[in-house]
Each structure stands twice: as structure tokens, then as C-alpha cells.
Design a protein around this ligand. Structure first.
Ligand SMILES: [Fe+2]
Length: 285
């Protein structure tokens, strides 16, 4: 055993965590993993779990890994449900007042959504209450952003995304890619989205059920908006009438993203505006 000369305290090999890992940061080991280990040490010292409790925690991590596959990312779900995904978005897309905020992208995005002419109908199975979405993309000064690319995706009236139901919904149902016109406008037809529970059949859902946490996401449309020289927006538009707005399990609801969908005779309508921020490289040019 080594004794620290100044304090007279026994030096544990664990005290050398920093010297073992610290100078390897950024080479073979991601710095996030090293910081994670250091914080985990502090947490274990604080919680002082028994061996059984620690084995139980390791078993939970193993379960989460075993539940993840091509169409299901249980790790991302845990990150979303703990609010970590929302925190990472907030820190990476810290935008001025008036700009559209980012929210977690969630697990159902597909980058290969088909490019469609403005005005197209993205509902391919004709099921649901028709909705027309009219939108505009502006910069912070209110000038239109022409040529911005909008990718949209949403759940159907039963609360399922097309890639959750490959046998029941046509491929690319309720997904589309559009480009804004000279005035920054875009428009398409779809159906009213439904809210939906996050997947509850895996370890993440089991934890939520046990803890009595809310699991239903309020109804929303999702958008990925990109344009040369601007920060990409990944965000939601939530239905102001949904009763679950206050308890979104993904922590994605922000006041500026809640909109009223107007209900007319056999036709609903939504007007929305996305405000983009120029990238730092673009500003410094
Ligand atoms: Fe969603």
C-alpha cells in the first residue's frame, strides 16, 4: 500500500484514474467517456450501492443494449426520456429570441424522404382527417429564405410512424421533402397527426411504468429545415388542443412550437413559420 506523505492517507489505485486515462483523451478514448468514468466514480461514492444493486444496474444496461436493433434504438429512447437529448440540443443550438428552437429528432426520422412538388399530398393511404400545412421560412430579419429544404415526418391517426408499421403503411407514408419558393413559402397536404405513447414494451418503458412517469407524446408534426449559410433546424410543431402538452416525455414542448390547428368542414389547416439563424462562418464572411 502507498501512503500519501502529506495527508498520511492510503492512496487507492482508483485515485490514479486521471493519470491513467487523462492524457489519452482525444486519442484512443473519447473525452466524454473519460469524464463519464470520473463522474460515475463520484456517483458510486455518493450512492454507495451494494454489490447486488450494482449488478442489477449492469443487468439493466445489458437489457437496453439487447432491445436495440435497426428499427429500434432503446439507448436513444433512454437518452430522450431522461431529458439528455433535449439538453444536448439546447446546448448545441443556443439561438437568439425569435429564432425557431431545436428539439430532439427522435427515432423515426428518415433522411431519404422523397422530394415532392409544393402542394403534394404526403398521406399515401387516404386514412385520416385531411390537413393542409402552409409554412414560411424566414431569417431573423424577416426576409424569406428561398430554396430552403424542408423534410417533414409524422405519425398517422393511430399514432404510428410508417417505419414502425412496414406491413400496414405504404413506404414513405406521411413523409415528404419540399423546397421553399422565392418568397420562402411551402405548402403540402397531409392528415391530422395523433399523439402516441413512447415504446413501453422494453426496459425504458418498464422503468417509466414502474415510476408512474407520463409516456404519451402530444400530437405533433416534425420538421428538419436546412439552407445554405443557416443553422439546420430540427423541430416539432405541437397541436395546441392536445391535453398532454405539459407532460411530453421527451421534454420537447416549447411555447413557440405550440400552434392552433384550425378545424373547418372536412379540412384542417395549419400555418407555421420557421426562423433560421445564419451560421457563424456565414456571419463572419
Ligand atoms: Fe414524433
Amino acid at each position: 500500500m502507498t501512503i500519501d506523505a502529506a495527508s498520511g492517507r492510503a492512496i487507492s489505485s482508483l485515485d490514479r484514474l486521471d493519470s491513467r486515462f487523462g492524457d489519452r483523451a482525444g486519442e484512443a478514448l473519447p473525452s466524454t467517456l473519460i469524464a463519464f468514468a470520473a463522474h460515475l466514480h463520484a456517483l458510486v461514492r455518493e450512492l454507495q450501492p451494494s454489490r447486488e444493486e450494482w449488478r442489477g444496474f449492469i443487468a439493466l444496461l445489458k437489457d437496453i443494449g439487447e432491445y436495440s436493433h435497426d428499427r429500434r434504438d432503446e439507448w436513444m429512447l433512454i437518452s430522450d426520456l431522461l431529458g439528455i437529448s433535449a439538453l444536448v440540443e439546447e446546448m448545441n443550438a443556443c439561438r437568439p429570441a425569435g429564432a425557431t428552437p431545436n428539439t430532439p429528432r427522435g427515432p423515426f426520422f428518415r433522411a431519404d424522404a422523397p422530394m415532392l412538388p409544393l402542394g403534394s399530398d404526403i398521406c399515401l393511404d387516404g386514412k385520416g382527417e385531411p390537413l393542409t400545412v402552409r409554412g414560411r421560412v424566414l431569417d431573423l430579419h424577416g426576409k424569406p429564405v428561398a430554396g430552403a429544404e424542408i423534410i417533414t415526418w409524422q405519425a398517422n391517426a393511430q399514432g404510428f410512424y410508417e417505419n414502425q408499421q412496414p406491413d400496414d403503411q405504404p413506404e414513405f407514408n406521411l413523409r415528404g421533402r419540399f423546397v421553399t419558393d422565392e418568397a420562402g413559402h411551402f405548402q403540402y397536404r397531409t392528415i391530422m397527426p395523433s399523439g402516441y405513447p413512447v415504446p413501453l414494451d422494453g426496459p425504458a418503458g418498464e422503468l417509466m411504468k414502474r415510476a408512474g412517469l407520463p409516456s404519451r407524446r402530444p400530437a405533433h408534426l416534425q420538421f428538419h429545415v436546412s439552407a445554405d449559410g443557416f443553422e439546420t433546424i430540427t423541430t416539432h410543431i405541437f397541436d395546441a388542443d392536445d391535453p398532454h402538452l405539459a407532460n411530453d416525455p421527451l421534454f420537447a414542448v416549447k411555447p413557440e412550437l405550440v400552434k392552433s390547428f384550425t378545424h373547418g368542414e372536412g379540412q384542417c389547416e395549419l400555418d407555421c413559420t420557421f426562423v433560421m439563424v445564419r451560421t457563424l462562418e456565414e456571419i463572419s464572411r
